[in-house]
Design a protein around this ligand. Structure first.
Ligand code: ATP
Ligand code: MG
Length: 433
């Protein structure tokens, strides 16, 4: 289902020499692009210019002729290289006037920083082109500015990503909606993300594409499916353009329901996409704790679990069992087994998992041992070989993996696979009884 007519288009102009020289990555443009597309104001063009008045002027005036919403970021600060506001005021033939809301916010900002007065250099931050609407900046001094520029709306935002995001989330949409609201609403893009891990993109696609062809049109029509792979897994991103959010949710439910049997053991649910959230929830649900013994991941599994608030309820602790002596002395791997099988082996992974759970008094265990590279590989244990074991309900399961990529990728994939294995086992265990 799509909205009637074309979506009102937008353009982004990012300003700053550092963007052109590659010293700063233009994250503002990417972030704004996502937000604007989600609002039904898809970005048609992006421009980047240096801190040069003539270039800013030409580019903004060109963009204003092409689209209905132009968002400019950067160069709003108080220093001599910050030219945007003056250039725009000049371009539109308006003078800069003190804005009371911006002035009060500016005073409050400096008071909170322990200064009695707004410094001379910063006072101009409260001046905006005549007739502009101001969006207060809760994290800095340069406010957002919204201007009616005839054919188009023009929005100026500070370059600091944190400040820009706070202003946009704080009230940009309502500031532009009087003018663009009715037309953008029919083009709002709704999304749902389905997370998977442990299956590569091509295998996932093979399974899904066959099913999608067989599904009736009323389930698939108007739903775009994108595969978004990274080291940790593949996200499926569903999108629908137009219609209300309730209708979109209903259609996503039906769509996901009709493919969910194919996603099986690889699918997990986490609000922010982090598998550690899903694992933590399963541990909590089943009233269990976990302990980890990690060799090649060096604590990454424990880190992933402790990144989340409330980790103390589910994680007892961990041992970074890097040297053989620590695997033996601190975790309790049998020396003879380690010497016979090697540190990267099923036996050692199993013992790491079982013994660490036992020694630290946890209900479940994770053991990870592998060759992260770039050195240390051999013919039968090449770089990327990782044994992962988990102990749940007194039973230990071990899986041999072969991960591709550099040292960082192997380590990250290993930690993810360890979490995935525990997650799957806890879920299966819960389903059983
Ligand atoms: P301020 O009021 O703090 O001076 P400003 O609007 O003048 O803000 P700039 O001086 O252009 O913004 O940039 C401030 C900081 O934000 C710089 O560190 C810059 O690298 C960063 N920045 C600017 N533009 C972008 C962008 N498009 N993407 C990511 N970071 C950016
Ligand atoms: Mg600046």
């Amino acid at each position: 289902m799509s909205g009637s007519g074309r979506a009102p288009a937008s353009a982004i102009v990012t300003v700053g020499n550092e963007l052109l020289y590659g010293e700063t990555v233009d994250t503002n443009a990417a972030w704004l692009g996502r937000i604007l597309a989600g609002w039904g104001l898809p970005v048609a063009k992006r421009y980047t210019v240096g801190d040069i008045a003539e270039d800013i002027r030409e580019t903004v005036s060109l963009a204003l002729k092409e689209v209905e919403l132009v968002v400019v970021t950067g160069g709003l600060g108080p220093t001599r290289d910050d030219l945007t506001k003056g250039v725009v005021a000049d371009l539109m033939g308006r003078s800069l006037v003190r804005n009371e809301d911006a002035w009060h916010a500016l005073q409050a900002h400096f008071r909170a920083a322990g200064e009695d007065e707004v410094p001379e250099l910063s006072r101009g931050q409260a001046d905006v082109p005549e007739g502009a609407r101001v969006l207060v900046n809760p994290r800095g001094t340069a406010p957002g500015i919204v201007l009616d520029a005839g054919e188009a709306l023009l929005v100026l935002l500070p370059g600091v990503p944190d400040e820009l995001e706070a202003i946009v989330e704080g009230g940009l949409l309502s500031a532009i909606d009087g003018r663009l609201g009715d037309r953008r609403r029919g083009h709002v893009v709704h999304h749902r993300v389905v997370h998977t891990t442990g299956i590569v993109e091509t295998h996932l696609a093979e399974r899904l594409e066959k099913r999608l062809e067989a599904l009736p049109d009323d389930i698939t029509d108007g739903i775009d499916l994108a595969y978004l792979p990274d080291v940790l897994g593949v996200d499926l991103r569903l999108s629908i353009r137009g219609g209300g959010p309730d209708e979109a949710e209903r259609r996503f439910d039906v769509f996901v329901e009709s493919i969910t049997d194919l996603l099986g053991e690889w699918q997990y649910e986490a609000s922010d996409g982090d598998l550690a959230e899903a694992v933590s929830a399963e541990l909590r649900r089943s009233g269990r704790t976990v302990a980890v013994a990690e060799s090649c991941t060096g604590g990454l599994v424990a880190k992933r679990l402790t990144d989340r608030a409330g980790a103390s309820e589910i994680l007892v602790g961990g041992v970074v069992a890097y040297a053989d002596a620590v695997k033996i002395g601190e975790v309790g791997v049998k020396q003879a087994d380690l010497q016979r099988e090697g540190a990267v082996s099923e036996t050692v992974a199993r013992q790491l998992s079982e013994r660490v759970a036992e020694r630290l008094g946890a209900d479940t265990g994770i053991g990870v041992t592998g060759v992260a590279g770039p050195g240390g590989g051999s013919l039968d244990k090449p770089v990327g070989t990782v044994w992962i074991a988990t102990t749940v309900g007194g039973e230990t399961e071990a899986v041999r993996h072969r991960f591709a990529g550099d040292r960082l990728a192997v380590r990250e994939a290993s930690a993810q696979a360890a979490l995935a294995q525990l997650y799957r086992r806890l879920r299966d265990d819960g389903a059983k009884g």
